[in-house]
Design a protein around this ligand. Sequence first.
Ligand code: THU
Length: 137
Amino acid sequence: MTSPISPSTLRRLEKAARTAARSAYAPYSQFQVGAAVLTGSDKIFSGANVENASYGLCNCAERTAIFAAVAAGERKVQAVVVYTPTATPTAPCGACRQVINEFGPDATVISCCDGAARIETTLKRLLPEAFGPANLA
Ligand code: THU
């Protein structure tokens, strides 16, 4: 699938996601995840998963990155890149798909890893018929 994001921007996003994974706080799952988002103003924000002894409070890397962007004033997500240090790529969980939809219903979503496999898709494919802001308008 062809991404509307330029190859050089994708490389920067992937690098940011890989770097962010090193900051993952994942003492319970040992599953480190890094994410990077490209915002409407072409800025990159990154984040890692942050776990908690109260397991239900664990926050995924995608949401950490998106919340950092939104807290900095950004309101649009053009692309999300997820990196896991695994042999196969990891697609965003259901909760993160819903959060991506809030700010990036048209976002490109890419998952990369240490293996050659890669998932390049869109939020619309990952979360068809999404519930979103328009439902409350
Ligand atoms: N996790 C993410 O950060 N992103 C994903 O896309 C899948 C799961 C985290 C949550 C938790 O800290 C750990 O991975 C295991 O589920």
